[in-house]
Design a protein around this ligand. Structure first.
Ligand code: DCP
Ligand code: MG
Length: 419
């Protein structure tokens, strides 16, 4: 039995095609929906408008995933415990989430953007990067185009959204955050560093609580201070991560906008020693592969929005079956969908030589995103299993469904990037 795991990735070819000048003069737009989960709830119940609304999964688990700007005035923020949120904002309206609805609206927004923009990267459930370079030459000014797109999204979905526009992803993301809620911010070419300079270093993506404390202890509060430092000095103090932070502070970010089609996906497949028609065996194999791949997904802090089942018959004919699913990284949710695909499509009882699964439409996610379809016990179980796997390796732990799926004769490639 042979099993391969692959994580495909964008190659560097983007950089072969463009000049440095073109990179410097790109127009990269970042769009992010305002208090996304709350806004979807408000579409379904207009009485929530203007009120402090807090989405926090089922009450026993209690972590805030999204909160309205009215709730933020009381000091509530995402990732805070619901218990503390209740203390800070007793008049708040607490709602447990509905991931199906959020995924549906997330996809509607993506469709609108993809139908209009040339190059789109969906970065998380509610944010997109768009490369709209060259727009000025051919259509209208990039700023007007961006403004009209935002208006269209709001009109067609009823969801408030903000954006930032500059020559790179980092600056545009920060500009979006500065524009929120319900705003837009344009950074003219050449003014990127000037825009960043007065902002707190905490606003820089990649500067978490720990790094912030370290920077504060060095007397650094504003991005401007990093801009004035030598990169070598900053690297010596901060380590390798320092170079990345320094570059971002200096508005240097050449990362391309990566469309779905070129983005990472994850797959794994197993070739049987002996071709089989045993459905139970195939199902156990699916469970075992999901278990392995979902762990990789969580390790990368991603969620998947699309699963694919691959079947290769003994005559080498290969068929794939795809299904869009609510964004998740939970074994049991993904497993259910893939087993449905198997049940529906493996009806011919022809000998199977290879079975494979793939997760695509990967976006950055948060642990909280899974809270809506998991019980608290399930979340704790995943966390415990992942900890053991991280410490002792993936084979250290198996769920019952995958037991008996030994690695007899199996050639196993560790997850890695495709060449
Ligand atoms: N999310 C989550 N857990 C977190 C952060 C976010 O489940 N710790 C979910 C809920 C959010 C959605 O992801 O609605 C998008 O995250 P954002 O950071 O964009 O937060 P919001 O859209 O809620 O607010 P903002 O207006 O600041 O973008
Ligand atoms: Mg948002």
């Amino acid at each position: 039995m042979l099993r391969f795991v692959a994580i495909s990735s964008l190659k560097n070819r983007y950089f072969w095609k463009v000049t440095v000048k073109e990179i410097m003069e790109r127009r990269v737009m970042h769009m992010d929906l305002d208090s996304f989960f709350v806004s979807v709830e408000r579409l379904q119940n207009s009485a929530l408008m203007g009120k402090p609304v807090i989405i926090c999964g089922s009450s026993d688990r209690g972590v805030v995933s999204s909160c309205s700007y009215e709730a933020r005035q009381f000091g509530v923020h995402s990732a805070m415990s619901a218990k503390l949120a209740r203390q800070l904002c007793p008049q708040g309206i607490f709602i447990s989430g509905d991931m199906d609805a959020y995924s549906k609206h997330s996809r509607i927004v993506t469709e609108i953007i993809e139908s209009r923009a040339p190059v789109v990267e969906k970065a998380s459930i509610d944010e997109h990067y768009l490369d709209i370079s060259g727009m000025d030459k051919y259509i209208k000014t990039a700023t007007l185009w961006a403004h009209e797109l935002r208006e269209t999204i709001m009109q067609q979905t009823g969801l408030p959204i903000s954006f930032g526009l500059s020559n790179n992803k980092t600056v545009s993301k920060i500009a979006t955050n500065e524009a929120k809620p319900n705003g837009e911010k344009y950074i003219d070419l050449g003014l990127e560093k000037q825009f960043l300079a007065p902002l707190s270093i905490k606003k820089m993506p990649g500067v978490g609580d720990k790094t912030y404390v370290q920077l504060r202890s060095m007397g650094i509060e504003k991005i401007e201070t990093v801009q004035q430092m030598q990169v070598g000095l900053f690297q010596r103090v901060m380590g390798e991560n320092g170079v990345l932070i320094w570059k971002r502070c200096n508005a240097i970010d050449n990362n391309p906008v990566e469309p779905y089609s070129e983005q990472k996906s994850m797959s794994t497949e197993t070739t049987f020693d002996k071709d089989t028609t045993d459905v139970q065996h195939l199902k156990r194999m699916v469970v075992s592969m999901v278990h392995e791949l979902a762990f990789q997904l969580r390790k990368q802090e991603k969620v998947t929005g699309c699963v694919t089942l691959k079947l290769r018959y003994s005559d080498f004919q290969t068929h794939t079956f795809q299904m869009k699913i609510p964004y998740t990284a939970s074994d049991h949710v993904i497993q259910k969908k893939l087993l449905e695909l198997l049940d529906k499509n493996y009806t011919r009882r022809v000998l199977i030589r290879l079975i494979g699964i793939k997760f695509s439409h990967l976006v950055n996610g948060f642990n909280q995103i899974n809270l809506f379809d998991d019980t608290e016990e399930m979340v704790k179980l995943y966390q415990a299993m992942d900890k053991i796997r991280l410490k002792f390796g993936d084979s250290a732990i198996k769920k019952a469904g995958g037991l008996g799926m030994g690695r007899r004769g199996e050639g196993h490639l560790p997850p890695g990037k495709d060449a």
